[in-house]
Design a protein around this ligand. Structure first.
Ligand code: FAD
Length: 460
């Protein structure tokens, strides 16, 4: 028997339900194959997430050497697995952690259909979330669309316990074969195309655990308050590790709970938002393309390529928005408060379709997650579930004064304002400093945004 563990967004050896099940099922002469499928339909070259992911996968390949080599197959799903099975035969069992929504779920369904057709056994597990998409339901079995009651129930449910994987030495015998040669070549080719050096020091489980422990030892205690200030290291920076499964969500949850630090309840609530949006994305497959509130599907957006371009480059004339976009473009990550500020600015101040912003984030974020990103954008655009009401429009200057009061974050990203005084830095033009003129007047834009929504509401 060959036990095949298929890895996807779960690139770790600790608390890996699929890997654990395969190791548990092994009998003396059974072989093990650790496998990654390189599916060209999933590549997103030139995006930050593509590079970050393949760098992580490259690290994981080395990590796997502790127990067995990580093998690759390449090509369209059906052809790749059919060819693999033609070589390995049918005395195999597959183990994988299931995907919960979107294209990934569709691919899982395709794989399952193929395995069932060939009568090949498989086992699938929940991973990546504390609660699966069907676990948190109202008493009548329907789904929540408002976060607070969802969260109340989410909180009351028992959470999985965390365990370190038992297999610490090499598992043998391992299957080796020429069927993995082509995959190895494709992977080597992919690695040569990644941008040099960027993110290298942050990749992998050691960096992830260091970051988590540092956060728990310090910022977690004041997370309730500090998490809104982008100049402070007030948040955990766990998002890319959770996205690619370098750390188990269960490990993060358990470490935070056992720390008994003051900010833990607020932090855990953020983890619940992650599960909430995943559930919403599963129930609304068009979350990236269609307003979750049907009434708002007819909203008319501005066609404003110049405005969009200025927003992308961080040249709007609003220093906090500009600094945030420069942070995103340079690092592939943006602070949550700033994601709210810049998304609101694009949609409400510039009147540009939230889907354009969603796509830009998808290109630039290393932690890009379809559910959280589309959920966040629809929240900001007031088109989502439990979204910001359409008449609440973030004022970028007020946000700047409140959340970057001395301008430390702005100065970090806008060298031209490095000498500006704290009072001046949020609206430099008012004080005669040389800076880009605002591309839009916020007060006028705010009224136009409210009108845009009112027109729709009056029609329906
Ligand atoms: P922390 O504050 O330390 O939070 C811990 C973890 O909780 C995060 O790593 C994340 O997994 C989860 N979390 C926190 N806030 C949210 C939230 N509002 N929604 C869902 N999960 C949350 N998050 C992504 O992981 N990927 C995205 O593509 C993404 N796009 C976003 C787009 C917009 C417009 C907005 C407003 C938010 C988006 N978020 C996204 C949510 C949030 O901004 C990030 O998760 C957070 O900034 C990551 O930094 P952190 O790990 O330091 O967060």
């Amino acid at each position: 028997m060959i036990h095949i563990v298929l890895f996807r967004n779960d690139l770790r050896l600790d608390h890996q339900p699929a890997l654990q099940a395969a190791l548990d099922a092994r009998e003396t002469h059974d072989q093990i194959v650790l496998l990654f499928h390189l599916n060209p339909s999933q590549f997103a070259p030139k995006t930050a997430r593509h590079d970050y992911f393949f760098k992580t996968l490259n690290w994981f390949q080395t990590e796997c050497q502790q127990i067995a080599p990580l093998h690759f197959i390449a090509g369209e799903l059906s052809a790749a697995f059919t060819s693999l099975l033609a070589t390995l035969g049918t005395n195999v069992t597959f183990y994988f952690n299931r995907q919960l929504s979107g294209e990934r779920l569709r691919r899982d369904q395709q794989l399952i259909a193929l395995l069932e057709d060939k009568q090949i056994p498989y086992q699938q597990f929940l991973d990546g979330h504390l609660h699966g998409v069907a676990e948190v339901k109202k008493a009548d079995g329907s789904s929540y669309r408002v976060f607070t009651p969802y969260y109340r129930q989410w909180l009351a449910l028992e959470k999985p316990s965390w365990h370190r994987i038992r297999c610490e030495q090499s598992c043998s015998p391992q299957y080796e074969g020429a069927c993995f040669d082509e995959g190895r070549r494709v992977f080597a080719g992919l690695l040569t195309q990644l941008r040099a050096q960027q993110w290298d020091e942050t990749i992998g489980v050691t960096a992830a655990r260091q970051q988590l422990e540092q956060f728990i030892a310090g910022p977690l205690a004041t997370y309730d308050y500090d998490r809104d200030f982008p100049a402070r290291a007030g948040t955990s920076r766990m998002s890319p590790y959770l996205k690619y499964g370098v750390l188990s969500i269960v490990e993060v949850y358990r470490r935070v709970v056992t720390s008994e630090q003051r900010g833990q309840a607020t932090y855990i609530k953020e983890l619940a938002w992650r599960d909430f949006y995943q559930m919403i994305a599963c129930e609304n497959p068009t979350i990236q393309t269609e307003a979750l509130t049907p009434q708002y599907r007819a909203l008319e957006w501005e066609v404003n390529p110049a405005g969009f371009n200025a927003w992308c480059k961080g040249e709007t004339g609003y220093p906090l928005v500009d600094a945030a976009m420069k942070q995103l473009n340079a690092t592939g990550w943006m602070h949550n408060r700033l994601r709210m500020v810049v998304s609101s600015f694009l949609v409400k101040d510039l009147g540009i379709d939230w889907r354009e912003g969603e796509r830009y984030f998808a290109e630039k974020l290393i932690d890009y997650d379809r559910a959280s990103n589309a959920g966040g954008w629809q929240w900001a655009a007031s088109t989502g579930v439990d979204a910001v009401p359409y008449f609440r429009v973030f004022n970028p200057t007020v946000q700047s004064k409140r959340f970057d009061p001395d301008g430390a974050f702005i100065r970090r990203w806008l060298p031209e304002l490095v000498l500006a005084k704290s009072k001046e830095i949020h609206e430099p033009q008012k004080y005669g400093l040389t800076y880009l003129a605002p591309i839009v007047d916020h007060q006028t834009a705010r009224l136009a945004a409210i009108e845009r929504f009112k027109r729709i509401k009056n029609k329906t």
